[in-house]
Design a protein around this ligand. Structure first.
Ligand code: ATP
Ligand code: MG
Length: 384
């Protein structure tokens, strides 16, 4: 009797020649997520089976697979030879000690000597004889014992379906560049887009020495946490210290955040195009803070030349974002109290609804291209 994990994926969008490509990306991601753990993954009639792992690794394998997008549901099963006595032994193992139950059988091997109904009836009857504290309820059972007779003379026996991460395999929707700060929102935004199948690179702007090295470590840690969902990520780190100093020195202080955003977007687009990313992703949420207005977005979008900017959190309330942040495991790191560059030189009265003509007037006081070039020359790239 061997413990195995059955992986099911959603087939809704699998049409024609897409299927092979989708399945390959999915299998590669599962392999990457289980790197370093002994196992084998086999595909079988529209599902995958993780086998040949040490039983003591079961929990860690499940923890990793829970983060693989594209998994619709999974079950931990016992694999036995397709023989009624062995199936019964396995059914006994997965049977709860009390409550109502039914047996459901799926028979892929049509040569098996009994049909599905007969198998369910016989195994159910034998369980009832053996365990006096359970009873049959075919309409509303407390638990279901599932028996899957496979074509290769084996049977899988299991009692539960767990919900997987859902979504699409990472890599099947291209690549995006996430503007990641140290806050709660941007990792959640990255996670949402990765769930739709997008590979994510990260870019972070710091203003060392105004922001400290712990702030940088915190953001690297957040990117690492996000990368457990994306099978790795590349982190680009750029200094905007000089840009902030120049804005502070030359422009009306109220425009600090608005102008800085425009620099971030320009630099991000330039790096996105170099690393093959097809869009930018931010953690902005409409009206969450003074700078996240539609006018603010107009101002930062207007410097972008070609790429779309995805803002998946636009329609979320802060508490909804926090809930997601907790669920994906980034919340604790996000709330560590280190400063982001946006809080350096923060004006008392930042403009909340910047008029583009005023923004352009302020920005004209700077040598924009030279500042961008020098900022990009500070680029550091780390593979996580
Ligand atoms: P977050 O929780 O993601 O920090 P926030 O609510 O603090 O978001 P802002 O500080 O206004 O919002 O930032 C809005 C978005 O701009 C962030 O979600 C992120 O995508 C981007 N951003 C802000 N600061 C940085 C930074 N230092 N490096 C990279 N991107 C940043
Ligand atoms: Mg922030």
């Amino acid at each position: 009797m061997e413990k195995v994990i059955i992986i099911r994926y959603s087939e809704l969008h699998l049409k024609g020649k897409n299927r092979g490509w989708f399945e390959r990306a999915f299998a590669v991601n599962m392999e990457k997520s289980l790197k370093g753990i002994r196992h084998e993954i086999h595909r079988h009639s529209g599902r995958y089976l993780v086998e040949n792992f040490s039983e003591s690794d079961t929990e860690i394998i499940l923890d990793r697979l829970k983060k693989v997008f594209g998994i619709h549901s999974y079950s931990v099963a016992l694999k036995v030879g397709a023989d009624m006595q062995k199936i019964f032994e396995a059914a006994k193992q997965v049977c709860f000690s009390e409550g109502s139950f039914k047996v459901e059988t799926h028979r892929a091997d049509k040569n098996f000597k009994l049909n599905s109904m007969q198998i369910s009836a016989e195994i159910g009857g034998r369980l009832l004889d053996e365990i006096s504290t359970i009873k049959v309820d075919v309409h509303n059972p407390d638990f279901i014992i599932n028996i899957d007779i496979r074509e290769n003379s084996t049977a899988l026996v299991f009692n539960e379906f767990f919900k997987g991460a859902g979504g699409m395999p990472v890599g099947t929707s291209g690549k995006g560049l996430l503007l990641i700060s140290g806050g709660i929102d941007s990792p959640v935004a990255g996670h949402m887009i990765a769930k739709r199948g997008m590979n994510i690179d990260c870019i972070h702007f710091h203003s060392y020495p105004y922001t400290n090295l712990q702030a940088r470590e915190k953001v690297i840690e957040l990117a690492k946490q996000l990368s457990t969902y994306t099978c790795g990520t590349t982190m680009h780190i750029v200094s905007v210290t000089e840009i902030q100093e120049q804005i502070h020195k030359n422009c009306s202080g109220d425009y600090m955040v608005t102008l800085l955003r425009r620099f971030m977007m320009r630099i991000a687009e330039s790096i996105a195009l170099k690393c093959g990313a097809q869009c930018l992703i931010t953690g902005e949420s409409l009206a969450q803070v003074a700078s996240q207005t539609v006018e603010g977005m107009t101002s930062s979008n207007s410097v972008i030349k070609t790429l779309p900017v995805l803002r998946p959190l636009c329609g979320f309330d802060k508490d909804e974002i926090i809930e997601r942040s907790r669920a994906i495991g980034t919340y604790r790191t996000s709330i560590e109290p280190y400063e982001d560059c946006c809080t350096v030189f923060l004006p008392k009265h930042p403009v909340t609804r910047p008029k583009l003509s005023d923004v352009l007037e302020e920005e004209a006081k700077l040598d924009v291209q030279a500042l961008i070039d020098r900022a990009i020359s500070t680029l550091e790239t780390i593979n996580l």
